[in-house]
Design a protein around this ligand. Sequence first.
Ligand code: ADP
Length: 400
Amino acid sequence: MRDGILVINAGSSSIKFSLYLSNSDGKPMLSSKGQVEGIDVAPHFIAQGPDGTVLSEQRWPGDSDLHHEDLLKHLIDWVEDHLDGAELRAAGHRVVHGGPKYSTPVLVDDALLAELESFIPLAPLHQPHNLAPIKALAKVHPGLMQVACFDTSFHRTNPAVAQTFALPRGLTEEGVRRYGFHGLSYEFIARRLREIAPERAAGKVVVCHLGSGASMCAIKDGQSVSSTMGFTALDGLPMGTRTGTMDAGVVLYLLQQKGMTPKEIETLLYKRSGLLGVSGISNDMRVLLESSDPHAAEAVDLFVYRISRELGSLSAAMGGLDALVFTAGIGERSVPVREKVCQAAAWLGVDLDTAANAKNGPVISTAASKVPVFVIPTDEEMMIAKHTRSVLGKLSQAAE
Ligand code: ADP
């Protein structure tokens, strides 16, 4: 019988899902996707086919007192009715934090869940929302195997020097260190690059994941050696609403001189900064690029400047650069951002092909470019489906 794998990516106000059914070769293929959004306000369920055709939609009034579990039950009932003869074998979850320990996806049991809860202080804004559907699913579908796939795992190959802050050792040992995020996206891209350009993928590659959350990763022979995000997903590049790297002294200033509370500082750093904070207009790159306001241009310039600086830094960490890859919302679609970044990277041997860039690639550098530049769409959900399938495969091998 064909396998069905449900992928769940849960955030603070929405649960996104993708259903993968195996084809005749056993490969997972996207069958449907959708989300429940507005969970605590007025829930809205939508399911779509791979091409975006709406298959089902339901809205509940704001005062309907529905819990997480009720909504997940609705989702799983819909999924079970749309398996097309396949058997639902497992759910794979995106979990932001696997701590210093988990370098691969793992099967969820009570002990693991307790351990993942102990990482909540490391990612208080994301981890609880990632764990909620795991717990709810265990109640509404107790027999279903669940696999946790971590955003931090791919970076566990980073050398100690790339994972350590210059803090007293005790804090490092306690877990105050650089973890890195967006790992499922980077892993997907590393595998895809190996298919498209194997000789480059065997070398030194920098991937720019530029979405509303943005980071960059240095990948050497398929393994992460350094990335721009650190202890939290606040580090590195300025993002839609997050600061990116900032002198820690600013936080002291806000606390001591401005009398701000930790909660106010958290909101400032995560929700009111980045492209939105600098432009005063929007966190959306499309809006900024279309605006004639000089503050919008300043925000775009700062974004490009930080990417260019990090490109130098990550290349230094690897001792060179053999390929550059753009991915995620801005990376896959923004012609002007890629153009500015590539122009600033001329010193590294990047030569942009403007016509190819205008068509969004897949290769946007000239034949003469020392460093080829690729645009590769990322697919974190597919990566989770593949990981979940391989955890199941290992389990059935062990049982034989
Ligand atoms: P997330 O990090 O939420 O998964 P995405 O990878 O989908 O985000 O990226 C979303 C961002 O991509 C939007 O905030 C928007 O700024 C940007 N974006 C999408 N399309 C374009 C485009 N054509 N040009 C510039 N930016 C774009």
